[in-house]
Design a protein around this ligand. Structure first.
Ligand SMILES: Nc1ncnc2c1ncn2[C@@H]1O[C@H](COP(=O)(O)OP(=O)(O)O)[C@@H](O)[C@H]1O
Ligand SMILES: [Mg+2]
Length: 308
């Protein structure tokens, strides 16, 4: 494998709530690209990002940012204006996928089942007024389970994160019916599903800690599911990727309620900048399909584009 003479700028870090995760993803992707023979410059994204990119003039930008600004179309728009080819999804797909409510409305319109939900001004979040129990309250535009809480019937007090000082996630909260059962996820690469992983959190749910603490969760790959459930989840993940016009790799997160059989597959969201450490879900599925981490990173670079 050889990256030839290409110079790749790897964007990592940034200033979203997922900064730490992105620093790890970015460093690992940069190492992989160096192994493939590319010249790599790692950039910890800050508001002077455009000037820094103009300075180093890379051939391709590898976007390893997560969360706001890096995953929501902002950085993508800047790269389009600069005429720099970049990895993963473009402006529109990124912006839509980041807004869970907007993305869900498109998924539902195309026949995909998602958990019932409502947008509620966060100031009105008192257990008394919530529409379902148990329910999940989450920010509309965050990732990594930041700000996600499960509220049980009869729970008198909302978690501290819903206090005026702690809630940093905009005016509205997304309140969804809690889907009991299992947690599954499907990576899509080049429009095709790779595999189905079941995630068994060791904590109450798949929260930030379960996602990133060592031993916080167990990945079962391939998931121990009936073949028709697994293939349906794969088809839905591909459909969701297509509906939003995604590019590169994405990861679709689901809940599966076995009590409802084939009707029990609910799409939660699609991640356009999924975690990219070698032990993250997408690289694990790629490896399972015979694609090494280095090959995945190289494929993303070769898939990079820019509309300009
Ligand atoms: N409606 C729901 N029912 C059950 N669990 C949910 C629901 N929504 C979210 N969760 C739990 O919270 C986690 C994070 O939610 P998700 O919508 O994927 O947001 P993000 O990963 O962007 O923070 C999920 O992986 C799941 O464990
Ligand atoms: Mg998720």
């Amino acid at each position: 494998m050889s990256g030839g003479e290409k110079h790749i700028a790897v964007l990592k870090g940034g200033w979203s709530a997922e900064r730490e995760v992105s620093l790890v993803s970015g460093a690992q992707c940069a190492a992989a690209l160096r192994r493939c023979g590319y010249e790599v410059t790692e950039i910890d994204a800050a508001p002077d990002l455009a000037a820094r990119l103009a300075d180093i003039a890379p051939d391709i930008v590898f976007n390893a940012l997560h969360g706001r600004w890096g995953e929501d179309g902002c950085v993508q728009g800047m790269l389009e204006v600069m005429g720099l080819a970049y990895t993963h999804s473009g402006v529109k797909a990124s912006a839509i996928a980041m807004d869970k409510q907007v993305a869900k409305s498109l998924f539902v319109a195309d026949g995909i089942k998602c958990p019932e939900g409502q947008l509620i001004p966060y100031e009105d979040l008192s257990s008394r007024e919530l529409p379902y129990f148990p329910c999940v309250v989450k920010p509309v535009t965050e990732g990594s389970s930041v700000g996600v809480a499960i509220i049980q019937e009869g729970q008198n007090e909302l978690p501290a994160m819903f206090s005026g000082e702690a809630w940093k996630f905009g005016d509205m909260a997304l309140v969804e019916r809690f889907i009991p059962g299992r947690e599954i996820t499907v990576a899509v690469m080049d429009g095709k599903a790779l595999a189905v992983t079941e995630i068994e959190p060791m904590t109450r749910f798949y929260d930030y800690e379960a996602k990133y603490a060592s031993g916080g969760s167990r990945h079962i790959l391939p998931a121990d599911l009936d073949a028709d459930i697994a293939s349906q989840a794969c088809a839905i993940a591909e459909q969701a990727h297509r509906i939003l016009g995604c590019r590169g790799v994405t990861r679709a997160d689901f809940r599966y309620d076995p009590a409802q059989g084939a009707e029990g597959i609910y799409l939660l969201e699609i991640n356009t900048q999924p975690g990219m450490t070698p032990t993250s879900l997408v690289p694990e599925q790629a490896e399972f399909c015979g694609i090494t981490f280095d090959q995945l990173c190289q494929w993303l670079v070769e898939d990079a584009s820019c509309a300009r």
